[in-house]
Design a binder for this molecule. Structure first.
Ligand code: URP
Ligand code: ZN
Ligand code: ZN
Length: 463
């Protein structure tokens, strides 16, 4: 006996067809215009879209950062992700200077195992350019199933690495079948601008944005791309916040370089004005790179549409206002950087992208799921609807409306950067490897259901 998803419009990154889907065990066993329902559990998807489950390529769960630990762990974070339509996350395992990459990965496996409600894969960060660190990369890719490594050009004295380390990482990844991800902001400049602002008594949240001007991101993005060009290595630019940085990616791609760009929901709907909200509410928007002037939103959306940006990650990094963001009440540089976005990622892309007419349904699927699966070596097990693929399915009601609020969301955090936003389109059912994990507003899955997914080597896919 299987589960039959009947009568929905099945949408992948390339096709749309009215079809039935049969799930047997953990995978899709049949896809046809009409499947005999006898002997199966039937889920009526009439009037709904059936998308591949969302893949969130950028999350930070149970992560020590900014003098505290993110509010969502692998249980609460993945449960909220599922309720938003995501069936796989790729979380960042944090490497510590002087320690091994393998140890970082072990630590992250321990955080996720037995807790994750949906499947997960990992990226690793690189905290130092020691020979030992670089030497680990091939084995991590070959044996541990991680194909991507993030370097930080920002967060001086914390996660920051210099160009030498970035360049060595690019070479090591190029030779071993990996891809470097970059947080592109000029950390040296930000060190100086931050000190100047604090010396002048500027302590409010708005100074987070004012001390990290868009040129810091533009310059670092350009530098990272040129380093990748010299190394003849692929590059993935995470959380692109501005037109200036996105233009650098477009320019690089015009030169034929294998560069991929990711943007995030917060950059499509929040703007610089949000930092000036009263009563320290501006602290919610302290994340990096910062939120930009409003006009950037339309440019980022156009770049998603024109295939100049390729993925849509949440950069979920949740901190409570009460007790966590408050650490920086008198000093913006002490506000932990990040926002809770894992649950609303798909709703925002759908609302801002599809409902506005900017994106088609196939593009929505590519951006929310398929492209990340391809870049991070999970395709076609994940990221599409095909016979033999995992039965990770999102049955989407395009007409249902809701208002986003911290009072009703499922993330373990007391604030939302999308508070009060009305969105149309939401999950009706979500299946993770054949198990119904969401039914309307209700999580029907179980803690520990999620399994680690090994990534294949990076392959330079044309997107
Ligand atoms: O502010 C952010 N983005 N926090 C998460 C860490 C990172 O840089 O991705
Ligand atoms: Zn980052
Ligand atoms: Zn991040």
């Amino acid at each position: 006996m299987g589960t039959l998803i009947r009568g929905g419009l099945v949408v992948t990154a390339t096709d749309q067809s009215r079809a039935d889907i049969l799930i047997e065990g953990q995978t899709i066993s049949m896809l046809a215009e009409k499947i005999d329902e006898r002997g199966h559990d039937v889920v009526d998807a009439t009037g709904h879209y059936v998308f591949p489950g969302g893949i969130d390529p950028h999350t930070h769960l149970d992560m020590p950062f900014g003098g505290t630990v993110t509010a969502d762990d692998f249980e609460t974070g993945t449960r909220a992700a599922a309720l938003g339509g995501t069936t796989t996350i790729i979380d960042f395992a944090l490497h510590t200077k002087g320690d091994s990459l393998h140890n970082a990965l072990r630590t992250w496996h321990a955080k996720a195992e037995g807790k994750a409600c949906i499947d997960y894969a990992f990226h690793l960060t690189i905290a130092d350019g020691r020979d030992e660190t670089m030497a680990e990369i091939p084995r991590i890719i070959r044996e541990e199933g991680v194909n991507s490594f993030k370097v930080f050009m920002a967060y001086k004295h914390v996660l920051y690495v210099d160009d030498e380390t970035i360049f060595k990482s690019l070479l090591a990844c190029r030779d071993a079948g990996g891809i470097v991800q970059v947080h592109a902001e000029n950390g040296d400049v930000i060190e100086v601008t931050t000190k100047q602002a604090l010396d002048d008594g500027k302590t409010d949240p708005i100074w987070h944005a004012l001390t990290r001007p868009v040129e810091c991101e533009g310059e670092a993005t350009h530098r990272a791309i040129r380093l990748a060009e010299i190394a003849k290595a692929p590059l993935y630019v995470v959380h692109v916040s501005s037109a200036m940085a996105a233009d650098m990616i477009s320019d690089g791609r015009k030169r034929g370089l294998p560069i991929y760009g990711e943007t995030c929901p917060q950059y499509l709907v929040c703007d610089t004005e949000d930092y000036s909200r009263p009563d320290f509410e501006g602290a919610k928007y302290v994340l990096s790179p910062p939120i930009r002037d409003k006009w950037n939103q339309a440019v980022l959306l156009a770049k998603l549409k024109n295939l100049e940006l390729h993925t849509f990650g949440s950069d979920h990094c949740s901190f409570n206002l009460c007790g966590q963001k408050e650490l920086g009440r008198h000093d913006f540089s002490k506000i932990p950087n990040g926002a809770p976005t894992i649950e609303d990622r798909l709703a925002i892309l759908y609302h801002v992208g599809v409902n506005s007419g900017a994106l088609g349904l196939n593009q929505f699927v590519a951006l929310s799921s398929t492209n990340a699966a391809k870049i991070f070596g999970l395709f076609p097990r994940k990221g599409t609807i095909a016979v033999g693929s995992d039965a990770d399915l999102l049955i989407w009601d395009p007409n249902s409306e809701r208002t986003i609020s911290a009072t009703t969301h499922h993330m373990n955090v007391d604030n939302s950067v999308f508070e009060g936003m009305r969105v149309k389109g939401r999950p009706r059912y979500v299946f993770s490897r054949g198990v119904k994990v969401v039914d309307g507003d209700v999580f029907t899955g179980t803690k520990g259901h999620g399994r680690f997914q090994k990534s294949e080597k990076f392959f330079p896919v044309a997107l």
